[in-house]
Write a protein that binds this ligand. Structure first.
Ligand code: ATR
Length: 275
């Protein structure tokens, strides 16, 4: 019988995960199906339980269920616990193992696909929402010398800094308090510019970019995002959207489920023909 996997969310119609996972399955010769699962906003657990009863073996979890997936898990990886959020569930005896592959996906895209050196570099993260908790430790593990977390609501940046400073130099910096601080890698984790929305001005100082800096937007879009444009205007040497992170986190999930790491290059060509 074909092994069943799915991505669960609400909304889910536009998810690219089925395209990505089908390509991985084909290229690695794995006999598996991968579908979209729309869960009612108040019916995440019931939908997951039905999927399990039907023999489902694994799920990607997306908006707005990443926290509920954490609560539903019977086992969690360290990176899921640190993130406090889950993007991958794997069926285990009578329950679910929960993982978070977002940070690993980001770091892999930065290092392997863009050739960015993370080791020894100062990183700035703009935003302090759920996504930041998933990417912080992987950036420190990759050798980032420091991480400055800046956010409109400083209490959220401070809570994150307090939580993660045991793993490295993590500091909350108010948007107007960067002073002379420069960063080799600047990551946009705010929702500004999502869905191609116009952004009048990025509420962070354009001086945060060090010479040669790389700007990375967790948002993905077929056109340069508002953050990418702003970064280039302020001297970033390179800029990327988050498509590569999406593909690499999917590869990490696939590896957890199937024990095989797929080659991601053909999937870039599939989703970004001509790029
Ligand atoms: P996610 O879980 O994807 O990280 P989120 O938790 O909704 O998303 O976080 C959105 C981020 O975008 C937050 O850092 C938010 O700042 P606040 O914590 O101050 O709300 C940031 N954000 C959204 N709209 C913004 C705006 N107009 N100006 C500045 N920051 C904004």
């Amino acid at each position: 019988m074909t092994d069943r996997y799915a991505v669960i969310g609400n909304p889910i119609a536009h998810s690219k995960s089925p395209t990505i996972q089908a390509a991985f399955a084909a290229s690695t010769g794995q006999d598996m199906s991968y579908e979209r699962l729309l869960a009612p906003l108040d019916g995440f657990r019931a939908t997951v339980e039905r999927f399990a009863a039907e023999g489902g073996l694994g799920l990607n979890v997306t908006i707005p269920f990443k926290l509920e997936a954490f609560e539903l898990a019977t086992e969690t990886t360290q990176r899921a616990r640190l993130a406090g959020a889950v993007n991958t569930l794997k069926r285990i005896d009578g329950g679910w193992l929960a993982d978070n592959t977002d940070g690993a996906g980001l770091v892999r895209d930065l290092m392997h696909n863009h050739g960015i050196v993370v080791t020894g570099r100062a990183v700035a993260i703009l935003g302090a929402g759920g996504a930041v908790r998933g990417i912080l430790k992987p950036l420190l593990d990759a050798g980032a010398v420091s991480v400055a977390v800046s956010n409109r609501t400083m209490a959220k940046a401070e809570a994150i800094a307090a939580h993660f400073s045991r793993y490295g130099r993590v500091e909350a910096v108010a948007p107007d308090a960067f002073g002379e601080r420069r960063h080799g890698i600047v990551i946009n984790a705010t929702s500004l510019g999502m869905g191609g929305a116009a952004v009048d001005a990025f509420p962070f100082p354009g001086t945060i970019f060090a010479p040669g800096a790389f700007a990375y937007d967790l948002i993905y879009s077929d056109r340069p995002t508002a953050f990418m444009r702003w970064a280039r205007e302020h001297g970033a040497a390179g800029a990327s959207d988050g498509m590569g992170m999406l593909i690499e986190q999917a590869a990490e999930s696939f590896a957890l489920w199937r024990g095989v790491r797929p080659d991601t290059k053909p999937v870039f060509a599939l989703l970004r023909p001509g790029a």
